[in-house]
Design a protein around this ligand. Structure first.
Ligand SMILES: C[S@@+](CC[C@H](N)C(=O)[O-])C[C@H]1O[C@@H](n2cnc3c(N)ncnc32)[C@H](O)[C@@H]1O
Length: 263
């Protein structure tokens, strides 16, 4: 499986995002406790494993899993002084881990990339012990909540999302799907929390601008031709970046954190 956001800058981008995001709040809302054995499925460069390690303390344990050796190397480096944290290469769809190994299984911003996300969710349930929590934190409508949002840019954004979904399987509306799916799979006490991913009342800071520039340039080879060619694509990306920089425009994005108990 190819991770579509791969770029030479992706490890750095993710680490910044992880260290400035609100994973700590989501983990606490979902009931992470000292002493828990935790799987961080699709852990990226290990910035969230740092937070989990601190919350579970030395009596707990964290296993980070990712497909990317580059991200795992960074994760090992930044967590090198935490003996209760380990990182292994693996695929969240077939982890190869024993049944019922974890009290708390966390997976953020990964299943949006996985076309068979139901199968992957089933695998995460399998490795969680009965009574343990499975927690999926996902975007829902990333980049579409803006005001003012000029009609031409709104339509282009909609088409952008459709082309990305069609060509890569990336699901920008992943977040809303896990409540029903966890219920269907028989998980208990399924709850959903809505958290801000970002709220930009005014001009976006450099970090967020860079984040979007990276997204647009990484996806360029995949989507530009279906969106009117390179020149048209770059012009609309510039327009979108101007909207992000507009001091009078509001931009926001939400996270849906869905958690359920393995029966
Ligand atoms: C957007 S990043 C999210 C990283 C981290 N979970 C976070 O919240 O910052 C997605 C990560 O999932 C990894 N990934 C994508 N597909 C995967 C799969 N099938 N199995 C394991 N890791 C995967 C990528 O290598 C990347 O590091």
């Amino acid at each position: 499986m190819r991770y579509i956001m791969e770029s030479s800058d992706e490890t750095r981008r993710l680490l910044v995002q992880e260290r400035t995001g609100n994973a700590r709040e989501a983990l606490l809302l979902a009931g992470l406790k000292p002493g828990n054995r935790v799987l961080d499925a699709g852990c990226g460069p290990g910035g969230i494993a740092e937070v989990i390690a601190e919350l579970v303390g030395p009596s707990g344990h964290v296993t980070g899993m990712d497909l990317s050796e580059e991200r795992l190397a960074e994760a090992r480096q930044i967590n090198r002084r935490r003996p209760h944290v380990r990182f292994i290469q693996g695929d969240v769809r077939r982890t190869g881990l024993p049944d019922a190994s974890f009290d708390f299984t966390w997976c953020q911003f990964v299943l949006q990339y996985v076309p068979d996300w139901q199968g992957a969710l089933q695998e995460l349930v399998r490795v969680t012990r009965p009574g343990g929590r499975v927690v999926i934190s996902e975007i829902d409508g990333l980049g579409l909540h803006n005001f003012p949002f000029p009609e031409s840019l709104r339509e282009w954004s909609q088409r952008f999302v459709e082309v990305v979904a069609r060509t890569t399987g990336f699901d920008i509306f992943a977040g809303r799907k896990f409540f029903t799916e966890m219920r269907r799979m028989g998980l208990g006490n399924v709850r959903v929390h809505l958290l801000p991913q970002y709220v930009i009342a005014g001009a976006a800071d450099m970090g967020l601008m860079l984040d979007w520039e990276t997204r647009f340039s990484t996806l360029e080879p995949v989507v530009a031709s279906a969106l009117g060619g390179l020149e048209a694509y770059r012009a609309m990306c510039q327009e979108y970046l101007q909207l992000l920089a507009d001091p009078d425009a509001l931009k926001y994005s939400v996270l849906l954190v869905t958690e359920g108990t393995r029966p």
